[in-house]
Ligand binder design. Structure first.
Ligand code: MG
Length: 454
């Protein structure tokens, strides 16, 4: 795909992405869908309304009526799409900085479009093959109120509210000025929690922190947890499809550790889970200990969604899947990431045991990341050939889904070309730091030698 990445399109507004472009994307999507009606929502970004207006115009020009939902988290729009059976466009740049915006495309089943479906839209976009209609058949837009409330209601229906309410929990919440600011505080309060917040006013300038929920941006949340004696801290990204956690001591918890703790609670023998090729050893260990199966995909949530669909079609049970960045899927709930739902499912566990205890089995893992730059494609190819050769010369199991991952049982190393920069990235993880470093450095030496020879 030239235009779309695995989750739609993003860019700096009025530099690499303007309203004209999203208008044309909407015309292409409207043409491919050929639906009577399409829903549009946005996150809190300053440019959200401008871009949503452009997308709505594009849809109307190909004869599609538009439901304008206003500011709603991406999973809230997905819930609406599924409930109404209409496709949807989400104006968001997810975790990217405030100057960015973009669009995610959602099918009438509430699931992000597959790569194949995105490719069809892209073909129409690049060829400018739009089914523009005559003036008297152009679509009409209407404002739809209440999508936030309906989203919260369906969240309640999907979690164990009594278990959470009985635990009298205090939740420190950081929606990061994003779309979750309009739904998550209310949802967790209605679950019977005491809710304290930071960065909870919707604000497209993101004055308190950038939308990405990484520890550098979350010091205030850690302090809030500690100063209010909260049981848990929860942070969302800009469109609230992810959740990152702090424990009751105000300490940041790695996304890989929360995913492992949720998976340990969710997986049974003979279940299958899906993650990407940079999956943590933490999840590998959980899967091994319960006797489940782990399937790996190329990096990117669209790939994970496709694999879950295929596995379920084959009769596999996939109760949980996802990545260590706070984007966890519970496919029986919806084939979508949902920050509030992930938060509530974690609260069900915190109702029984302190968070730090839940994740302590997954504390002692060490990650090493290295990058090797290259100048020519030949150098890149030589390095990847060397990575493959290294796998064949070792006792490690090789996974070549996306780069080369060498699994040693207790540890792993992955060499993978960056999708955006002239870099080969090396990732390694083990329970001992020395082991992770040895694996990463060994791979680096082999790749360096191959690059020099190229
Ligand atoms: Mg997001």
């Amino acid at each position: 795909m030239e235009v779309f990445g695995s989750s739609g399109t993003r860019g700096v507004v009025n530099e690499s992405l303007g309203p004209e472009f999203l208008l044309r994307v909407a015309k292409a999507a409207g043409t491919v869908w050929n639906a009577d009606r399409v829903a549009i929502a946005r996150d809190t970004r300053k440019t959200g309304r401008m871009l949503a207006d452009a997308a709505a115009s594009g849809l109307a020009s190909v004869g599609t009526d538009v439901d304008r939902l206003g500011i709603v988290p991406t999973p809230g729009l997905q819930a609406y799409a599924e409930r109404e059976g209409v496709p949807a466009l989400m104006i968001t740049a997810s975790h990217n900085p405030p100057e960015f915006n973009g669009m995610k495309l959602i099918g009438p089943d509430g699931v992000e479009l597959s790569v194949a479906d995105l490719e069809r839209v892209e073909e129409h976009l690049l060829a400018e093959r739009f089914e523009t209609v005559s003036w008297d058949r152009t679509g009409r837009a209407r404002s739809v109120d209440g999508a936030q409330r309906e989203y919260i209601d369906q969240l309640h229906a999907a979690v164990d509210g009594d278990l959470i309410a009985d635990a009298d929990l205090t939740v420190a919440l950081d929606p990061g000025h994003g779309a979750g600011a309009l739904t998550s505080p209310e949802f967790f309060r209605e679950l019977g929690c005491r809710v304290v917040t930071v960065n909870s006013q919707p604000d497209g300038h993101f004055p308190g922190r950038d939308p990405e929920p990484v520890p550098e941006n979350l010091d205030d949340l850690g302090r809030l947890v500690a100063s209010t004696d909260a049981d848990i801290g929860i942070a969302h990204d800009g469109d609230a499809d992810r959740a990152i956690f702090y424990d009751e001591r105000g300490e940041y918890v790695e996304g890989d550790a929360t995913f492992a703790a949720l998976a340990a609670a969710e997986l049974s023998q003979d279940d299958t889970t899906v993650s990407a090729v940079n999956v943590s050893q933490r999840l590998v260990d959980v899967v091994q200990s319960v006797g489940a199966t782990l399937e790996l995909t190329p990096i990117g949530s669209t790939n994970i969604i496709s694999r879950i669909r295929d596995l379920r079609a084959e009769g596999a049970t996939v109760p949980i899947a996802g990545e260590g960045n706070g984007g966890v899927f519970f496919p029986d709930y919806r084939l979508a990431r949902d920050g509030a739902y992930i938060g509530a499912r974690f609260l069900e566990l915190v109702a029984e045991r302190p968070l730090s205890e839940l994740v302590s089995p997954y504390d002692d893992y060490y990650n090493v990341r290295l990058n090797i730059e290259y100048d020519t494609d030949d150098e890149c190819r030589a390095m990847l050939t060397a990575a493959e050769a290294r796998a064949q010369g070792s006792e490690a199991a090789l996974d070549a889904t996306d780069g080369y991952r060498l699994d040693y049982g207790d540890a792993w190393v992955l060499a993978r070309p960056s999708g955006t920069e002239p870099l080969v990235r090396i990732y390694a993880e083990a329970r001992e730091q020395a082991r992770a470093e040895e694996l990463a450095e060994g791979m680096r030496a082999a790749l360096d030698a191959a690059r020099t020879d190229a």
